[in-house]
Design a protein. Structure first.
Length: 482
């Protein structure tokens, strides 16, 4: 009788605390559990944390979703270790870790931190970040663990994508396997850093698509809608290089996601229709497929066929028009002082496979330096206003595309062997690129595009030089934020 009474009191306590949790709580402390039917709600009721089954699956996962849109799961704790019954529970263990337990009290997932704290509490913040901290300290520097450091397939405003250099730790997004299965899929979305940062989508270790390099304001080479209400930020300091974004006006609900088909999507919640709008997705056309036109080819989405060889290059052999072509120099690169460079304007810069960077050289010095090195195939200038900054490419040029509505014009100068120079000068409009903008056909729309591009470019190029320096130690030590 006594023990029955005790059981009764105990179970009502559980039920009561359960109700309390699902109604309002945004924190749990060591004695508390979140059972399968319970959830945490962030203080302004933006996000919820609890158990869910995706699609037609019966497996249970601990996740975070928008209260307004429970099907939009932005984080999953146990994505690769589902709980097969509705008896999972989240709590804080004796050693201060967040632990997800199955029915037999086996640990399915844990925050795996080693630092012990006296009074740990876990809190679901209105940013969508689930954090573990000491009861008494709320500063973000003192978080013991946070879900933002363990991204699933979604980048929320404020989350980081990039590198913790000291720890050798990379934060990147990994797609779900399918709509029914949040386990790690084949696709990743990450910040590539090779001399300059670029964003790229990978399937395994194969690059599927990339943006151009960060140009100081945003990633070049994309036609992203400039009117979207967010600001992209590239942060680097002593030990971190990462991308994040912030929304202009806070009530807006926006996210970035790599979906199960390997597409990167930027979504905005539309209050009126109570649904998600895809405001941008990538790759958005054939020319965005990485290396679509092969080595030394240029992709132009408005042309048929879309692939052409760079000036001074010819297709290696008879190939299907729409397939990738490999372009080889039309005559052997003899590497004489008669070699020249032809300017390719309004493009996404070639991938930064083999490049070198010198931020103090001007364009003329850059040309001379490239000319002297037989394996230098192209160069580009960074700070147009100052005419300084030298980026040189060695070997094949990969993944160049013509941009129709560029936000930031990028020009690159391609090496042309002496034996080709005469031919090229005769065929000025070959490929639609001329060696000198002044010699371009002055057709109305072309001129308009040119002016538009120039205006936008002047704005963005001014800041270009700054990123060149990002990799440089002395700047890293200063902790610049661009
Ligand atoms: C945090 O500590 C204070 C004072 O020690 C206590 O009153 C409060 O209940 C604690 N909060 C949690 C969530 O443990
Ligand atoms: C992935 O994103 C693309 C582009 O927005 C979309 O067309 C496709 O339907 C999405 N795939 C899934 C499975 O949602
Ligand atoms: C061209 O494409 C067709 C059909 O896709 C294929 O059968 C043929 O082998 C291709 N030819 C070459 C030269 O690649
Ligand atoms: C960059 O170029 C300048 C001028 O040519 C040269 O003095 C400097 O050593 C170069 N820096 C590097 C890192 O190559
Ligand atoms: C050309 O540049 C490459 C890459 O920077 C370098 O390894 C090579 O030594 C250079 N060759 C000459 C002749 O300067
Ligand atoms: C110049 O271009 C025309 C048409 O595009 C082409 O038929 C011709 O072969 C080219 N001449 C040279 C010398 O490349
Ligand atoms: C680019 O050059 C201009 C003109 O000299 C200068 O004002 C600006 O600071 C430079 N930008 C960077 C990032 O170095």
């Amino acid at each position: 009788m006594k023990s029955f009474l005790f059981f009764h009191i105990f179970s009502s306590f559980i039920v009561l605390s359960g109700i309390k949790l699902s109604l309002a709580a945004d924190t749990i402390s060591p004695a508390q559990f979140i059972h399968d039917s319970e959830k945490l709600v962030s203080s302004a009721k933006r996000f919820e944390l609890g158990f869910f089954s995706p699609g037609s699956s019966k497996n249970r996962y601990l996740g975070i979703w928008y209260r307004k849109s429970p099907e939009m799961v932005v984080w999953v704790a146990n994505r690769n270790r589902p709980i097969i019954d509705p008896h999972g529970a989240l709590t804080i263990s004796n050693n201060g870790n967040l632990v997800l337990l199955d029915q037999r009290k086996g640990i399915v997932w844990s925050s795996s931190i080693y630092r012990k704290v006296k009074n740990p509490v876990a809190e679901l913040l209105d940013s969508g970040n689930f954090i573990l901290r000491d009861n008494l300290s709320t500063s973000s520097d003192s978080y013991l663990w946070q879900s933002f450091d363990h991204p699933s397939d979604t980048l929320l405003p404020g989350m980081k994508l990039g590198w913790d250099v000291n720890a050798g730790l990379e934060l990147y997004l990994t797609s779900w396997r399918s709509g029914d299965d949040p386990s790690s899929g084949d696709f990743t979305f990450r910040l590539d850093i090779h001399v300059l940062p670029q964003m790229a989508i990978y399937r395994g270790s194969t690059k599927l698509a990339r943006t151009g390099p960060w140009n100081g304001v945003y990633f070049g080479g994309t036609s992203a809608n400039p009117n979207l209400p967010f600001v992209p930020i590239l942060v680097h300091n002593q030990d971190k290089i990462y991308y994040r974004y912030e929304c202009f006006n806070n009530p807006i609900i926006m996210l970035l996601k790599i979906n199960q088909s390997g597409m990167m999507q930027r979504l905005i919640w539309k209050e009126r229709s109570a649904g998600w709008d895809i405001v941008y997705s990538a790759p958005e056309d054939l020319c965005e497929n990485y290396g679509r036109c092969g080595a030394n080819g240029v992709c132009s989405i408005d042309k048929i066929p879309i692939c052409e060889c760079l000036k001074g290059f010819i297709p290696k052999s008879e190939q299907n028009q729409s397939s990738a072509i490999t372009c080889v120099p039309s005559s052997s690169l003899d590497c004489t002082s008669g070699d020249r460079f032809t300017k390719l304007a309004d493009i996404k810069l070639p991938d930064l496979l083999e490049v070198s960077l010198n931020e103090s050289m001007n364009l003329q010095e850059c040309e001379n330096k490239c000319l002297k090195n037989c394996s230098c195939t192209a160069y580009a200038n960074f700070n147009v206003t100052r005419g300084s900054g030298c980026l040189m490419w060695f070997g094949d040029l990969i993944d160049i595309r013509k941009l129709l509505e560029t936000k930031g014009r990028q020009d690159v100068y391609i090496r042309v062997p002496a034996s080709e120079v005469v031919l090229i000068n005769r065929n000025e409009t070959n490929n639609g690129f001329s060696t000198d903008p002044a010699q371009r056909p002055n057709k109305g729309n072309r001129k308009k595009l040119w002016i538009m591009v120039t205006i936008v470019t002047s704005l963005t190029m001014v800041t270009l030089g700054s990123i060149i320096l990002y990799a440089r130690r002395k700047l890293l030590r200063k902790g610049n934020t661009f």
